[in-house]
Design a protein around this ligand. Sequence first.
Ligand SMILES: [Zn+2]
Length: 389
Amino acid sequence: MINLWPLLLPAAAWSGWSLAKRQLSSKSNDNSNQFSREYVVGLNYLLNEQPDKAVDIFIKLLEVDSETVETHLALGSLFRQRGEVDRATRIHQNLIARPQLSLYQRKESLMALARDYMSAGFVDRAERIYLEVVALGGDRELSSLRGLLIIYQQEKEWEKALDIIKKLELSAGVSLQAETAHYYCEIALRNLKNNQTDKAFQAMKQALSVDKQSVRASLMLADFEVKNGRYKQAIKALKRVPDQDAEFLNEIIEPLVLCHRELDIMDECIDYLEQKLPDYPRASVIFVIGEYLSKEKGVDFAIDYVSSHLGKHPSIRGLNKLIHWHLESAHGKVRDKLQMLYAITTKFLENKPIYRCRNCGFAGHLLHWHCPSCKEWGSIKPIHGLEGD
Ligand SMILES: [Zn+2]
């Protein structure tokens, strides 16, 4: 608490002096003497590290008018930043109880109180305040809408989030299609969990109609079609992904191979991947083609094909898999050495993330559509290059 005094004392002193000056000019000497006594008591509480009592005294002392509102807000903000949310809340509640505040001051005070409630985890109280500020309109409407959006995302109230994001788009004059599509995908996920498959399907379609570039909606639709045995529709959805965002190409490989195998048309899958390979030389693509070649033209041919492509586009994951291939036909000392190399590369890859947030750098083994660190939607993507695919 001691570190706060250099900031708190000048603010309190200025307010006290300002009030004293006004009171001296307009009220009796008795009143000003009373003020001075209480002011000194308040300062003593501060100096004796009894901030609760000091806050009570200063709230009582500071007459809330147009000149002291800023001081109250500054004090409240200081307390919140120090993690002393109760004190910040008391100061801001005291402010909004004053009828003489201008509309602008009232909104500033309400926003400060909403931030206190958010810090304290009183989400429903913060929501009520943000809704009140939105209803007042004008300044702070955008901040309140953003506050509401954070709450509804946190509480997974996606229908409310959709309503707010539409208002935000109108007020801010920006397009938030990508976020909107993610909300529809979240609704689809919830419906799937509740076995409401028709509703889930509709929500996925809505996601795609809002944002034609939604990789997540395409992958969800493909998964939905695979589970229902509609492999052709699944292939159609999967093939949309590289055009939406080529960075997600490796996410479609496994289901794409599965669908083509089910339909017994693997040659079409290989044709498609060979077309993609020059622009997107991913290890996952090289190995699918390699495995196909292994069956069609023999293991040696396949190993030459994979080695040649990995030589041009090195990847440790690719090398790891290539060593595994060689192991199957190796014997004696060569096999022992390959086994050791395989163990080393496997160990190395165990600790390497597969996905990374392009916004904040958060990395992990799972594809989160909402970054757990920076809360950005769709910013986490597969890692490519030497340590990636
Ligand atoms: Zn992030």
